[in-house]
Structure formats: C-alpha cells, structure tokens
Design a protein around this ligand. Structure first.
Ligand code: DAH
Length: 344
C-alpha cells in the first residue's frame, strides 16, 4: 500500500506539472483528490490493515494528499499569473496612437444667422415672438391693410388651404397678432423669425419656403429717425462698421411711408460691381412707419401711438454675408456646404 501511495503521488505530481490550463488542473484535482479518487479509495481500505500499519499508512495518505493539494495550488497560482500576463500583453493600450475624430454636428447656417440677428435685436431691447405658419386670411392680409381684392395681394402668391386659411406668405401677421393681444395697453418692441411660404418656382434666388424676420416697435413718438437708427446699427453689426445704409421710398400696404433699405456694397465699396449690379448698393429689407389703419385695427390709437416695422430674409442676409450663390443650398442640406459654416 505504501508503494501504491508513493506511485500515486508521483503520478499526480507529474500530471500537475503537465497541466497547462486551470481546467486541466481542476481535472487533476478531481481525479486524484476527489471522493471517487484513488487516495480516498486507499483510505477506505484501511479497515483491512493491521493496527500497526494503519497509522503509518494513514499518515502517509494524508501527506500524499497534502502534497498533491499544495502542488495543485502552487501550479494554479502560476497559471493564473501567466494568464494575467498574457491578457495584459494582449490588451495593452498604445496611448501614443493619434485619436480617432468623432464627427459632430453643428448648427445650420440659417439657424446661426437667425440667432445672430435675434441676439442683435435683443441687445436693442426687442423681445422674440412666434406666430403660426398656418394663418388666417385676416391676419396674413386684412389686418395688414390688404383687404380682399386688394391688388397688392398679388405681390405674394399664396398657398391657400381653405378660402380663409393659408400658409403665411410673410411674418408680418405676427405684428397684428402681437398688437391685437396687447390691445394698446402698452408699447410693443418685438421681432419674429419664422418660416414663410409662397407659390414661387424654386431657382437660385426663389424658394417656395423661406425664412423671414419681422420687426415691430410701437410706442409714443416713434419716428422715422428711430427706424433709421435701429437699421443702421443692424447693418453695421451684421456687415461691418464701414457699411453705409440708405433708405429708398417704396410701397407696402401696412406701412406709410414705406422704404427699402440698401447697404453699400462690400465687394466694391460702393464703386459698382457685378454683385451690386453696378449700383454700389444692395437691397436688404423692407420697412416703414406702421400704417394708421394697421394700428387702429389692432386696438392702438394712431393719434397716441406710432411705430415702425421691418421685414427681412435671413437667407438673403447669409447669402450676402458669406457669398452663398444659391438659396437652394439652405434646403438641400449638402453636408459639404453645411460643414463650411461649423466652428470646429
Ligand atoms: N412683409 C413684407 C414682405 O414679405 C416685408 C416687409 C416690408 C415687412 C415692410 C414689414 C415692412 O414689416 O414694414 O415682403
């Protein structure tokens, strides 16, 4: 029995030595030290031994078992250390590799321009308002001194939904809505950016849907010189302090008098070039003093209150500011176009 145990020990230690994975090591443990293993078997047969032999063999069997268990434990620690080494080597991070850029989006050029214009007017005390894109004929036309059948309605080809409801053709209805809401109780100083719709054929300068920013200031003693001052500040801040403005007489049913504002051409500094069509000036927006009828219809007494209004197209502003040659670029969303206007 003694030889048998010694042979088992030798054999088991050999197997432990040969094991190359934790799984193999576990198999050796089960095979030699498990309940059905040969050592347990030996211990079970002890009953047949003589009194003298029993403690000797018992002690030996325990020693053998202890040695196999120790060998397994130490081998286990070796294998685990080896595996950790391997894993660390395989998973090393090379911190010197250049980073992979994560592509990020950014605001659309049109959004940026609208926000820039908003900030500029907020700085002059205007609040920002909104109005519906699906508008009534009343607010889109009538409240702006454009009664049914008025020839100036033809200036804006419209998408009608019913006889009385249409997609707004301009942001001017928000003037009437805002004044109507306040009913002459206090002054109004607001701008309103938003989408507008016209039955136009799309080309480089026309789009059936585009953006406008409306402005309205109604208070006591608002004069043409106030309008001029505000527009001059706007033009200089948007296009550079060297820019000059000029107001030309024009016509809009909702303002009297009406003007169009030009800025001096940046390309030629007023000399005349292809951008300004040799005039030295570029048209930017329409404006005027709010028509007495418009004030009256919205609940403001035109003998007490006066005001100015203006309307501009941010696409046109962006086109001039950044040299964009086709309004459709704002809507076709070619990523190569949009990317040029992102700050990295
Ligand atoms: N609503 C006009 C348009 O769409 C633009 C405009 C002109 C707005 C003069 C105004 C204004 O408020 O005073 O063509």
């Amino acid at each position: 029995m003694k030889e048998q145990l010694q042979a088992l020990e030798k054999e088991a230690l050999q197997k432990v030595e040969e094991a190359i994975s934790l799984k193999e090591l576990q198999d050796v443990r089960v095979a030699y030290l498990g309940k059905k293993g040969p050592i347990t078997e030996v211990l079970r047969g002890m009953g047949k031994l003589s009194k003298e032999e029993r403690p000797v063999i018992g002690e030996l069997a325990n020693k053998v078992r202890g040695q196999i268990a120790d060998a397994i434990d130490s081998k286990k620690a070796d294998i685990e250390a080896e595996e950790l080494e391997k894993q660390l080597a395989e998973e090393t991070i090379d911190v010197t590799l250049p980073g992979r850029p994560v592509p990020t989006g950014g605001p659309h050029l049109l959004t940026s321009i609208v926000e820039e214009i908003e900030d500029l007017f907020i700085g002059m005390g205007f609040e920002v308002r909104e109005g519906p894109e699906v508008e009534t004929d009343y607010y889109n036309f009538e409240a702006l001194n454009l009664p049914k059948g008025h020839p100036a309605r033809d200036m804006q080809d419209s998408f009608y939904i019913t006889e009385d409801i249409l997609l707004r053709t301009h942001t001017s209805p928000v003037q009437a809505r805002t004044m109507n809401m306040i009913q002459g109780e206090r002054p109004v100083k607001m701008i309103c950016p938003g989408k507008v719709y016209r039955r136009d054929t799309d080309d480089a300068t026309h789009s059936h849907q585009f953006t406008q920013i409306e402005g309205l200031y109604v208070d006591k003693n608002v004069r043409m010189s106030d309008l001029k001052g505000v527009l001059d500040r706007f033009a200089k801040q948007m296009f550079g302090e060297e820019r000059q403005i000029r107001l030309r007489p024009s016509f809009f049913p909702f303002t009297e008098p009406s003007v169009e504002m030009d800025i001096s051409c940046k390309m030629c500094n007023g000399e005349g070039c292809s951008v300004c069509k040799k005039t030295g000036w570029i048209e930017i927006l329409g404006a005027g003093l709010v028509h007495a009828r418009v004030l009256e219809m919205a609940g403001y007494d035109p003998k007490v209150y006066s005001g100015f209004a203006f309307g501009m197209g941010p696409e046109r502003i962006a086109m001039l500011k950044y040299g964009v040659d086709d309004i459709r670029h704002f809507y076709t969303n070619d990523i190569r176009f949009l990317k040029q206007y992102h700050q990295a």
